[in-house]
Ligand binder design. Structure first.
Ligand SMILES: CC(C)(COP(=O)(O)OP(=O)(O)OC[C@H]1O[C@@H](n2cnc3c(N)ncnc32)[C@H](O)[C@@H]1OP(=O)(O)O)[C@@H](O)C(=O)NCCC(=O)NCCS
Length: 306
């Protein structure tokens, strides 16, 4: 599988240059890994492709929802493409998912729905299949799927771009403190199975006068990507501003403070995943000088008989 991963031209969103330990730690060792959901295609004795099916989490993020199937990975060696192997793998994965009770399947998983390959694919998290790596639209529409979610990967090179400056940012900087707590606490099971083995920190912006938390977020280390990108990179996620504190520029102040701290730690790239439908999310990161670099897509299909 390690050789397949490195021979399938998975594009810019896939880590490369890692050992089998990473596959073991980030996928096979997970408590919900089921070998029956991992289906390989062989030419005689040679593995030529695989699909990996799994499940999205329940709404309370405490377990798996077996009604919602996912295709976490799918790849076929370039020399074996356009022979129907990818399609056959998808059909076998659907059969496995239906047997376990799935009513729908989402290829690519989705922003918070993919339990496997976190830290190895998609950058910060495997929010979907990288648009630039395959003819996904044609491939999945032939199999009866409709377009699902589109996630925009935004990135900022901290060594190249400068921080924006304006009066509101300066005022906010005077009025708030950045508090760095250790690991994010109080997270649900689904967070720990996905991010628990990666470096993480929680950041909070605290209003000096009232000691109120006006914004929070977390960062996740993306060390498995170092061999491929040659630089240290970190993902920022879960940026949150309480309803009563919105429209004061606190989210932007938080993101910029995090950028500043990470630059001091010699981190060069910082990344975030934004729902393409979320204009607010996009505006936030664009204002912090992030640029869109990739789209991660999912495709959905209702399974027959459900
Ligand atoms: C997507 C992928 C799995 C398709 O595998 P495949 O074995 O070639 O798929 P199939 O032969 O079943 O293709 C079925 C249909 O999809 C469409 N299709 C597949 N590849 C296509 C391409 N490059 N261009 C246009 N259409 C394509 C065609 O309609 C094809 O039917 P046809 O050959 O009769 O025209 C393969 O291209 C791949 O491995 N890409 C990289 C995977 C990747 O990046 N994975 C990342 C997540 S882990």
């Amino acid at each position: 599988m390690l050789q397949l991963w490195h021979s399938c031209n998975l594009g810019p969103s896939a880590a490369e240059g890692f050992s089998t330990d990473i596959l073991e730690l980030f996928t096979f060792s997970l408590p919900f890994f089921d070998r029956k959901g991992l289906i390989l295609a062989f030419d005689d004795e040679k593995p030529v492709g695989f699909v990996h099916a799994g499940f999205a989490p329940t709404a309370d993020l405490s377990g798996l929802d077996y009604r919602q199937g996912t295709l976490a990975a799918l790849m076929v060696l370039p020399a074996y493409r356009r022979k129907g192997i990818g399609s056959q793998l998808v059909r076998l994965a659907e059969q496995y998912l239906a047997e376990k009770g799935a009513a729908v399947v989402e290829a690519g998983g989705g922003r918070e729905k993919n339990g496997f390959y976190v830290g190895m694919y998609g950058g910060l998290q495997p929010s979907g299949f990288s648009e630039s790596s395959a003819a996904w639209d044609t491939f999945f529409s032939r199999l009866g799927y409709s377009p699902g979610s589109r996630t925009i990967v935004v990135r900022r090179d901290l060594f190249k771009s400068r921080d924006p400056v304006n009066a509101r940012l300066i005022r906010n900087r005077r009025q708030v403190n950045l508090v760095i707590t250790d690991r994010p606490s109080g997270q649900p099971w689904w967070w720990f199975v996905r991010f628990g083995h990666l470096d993480s920190l929680r950041f909070e912006l605290e209003e000096r006068a009232s000691r109120k938390i006006v914004a929070s977020g977390q960062i996740i280390g993306m060390d498995v990507f170092i061999p491929k990108w040659g630089v240290r990179s970190v993902g920022i996620r879960d940026v949150f501003v309480p309803e009563s504190e919105r429209r004061h520029g606190y989210a932007l102040a938080l993101v910029l403070e995090i950028c500043r701290r990470l630059r001091d730690e010699a981190v060069q790239l910082i990344e975030a995943h934004v729902d393409a439908e979320s204009q607010g999310g996009l505006d936030l990161f664009t204002s912090a000088n992030f640029e869109p670099v990739e789209h991660l897509l999912t495709f959905r299909r209702t399974l027959s008989g459900s």
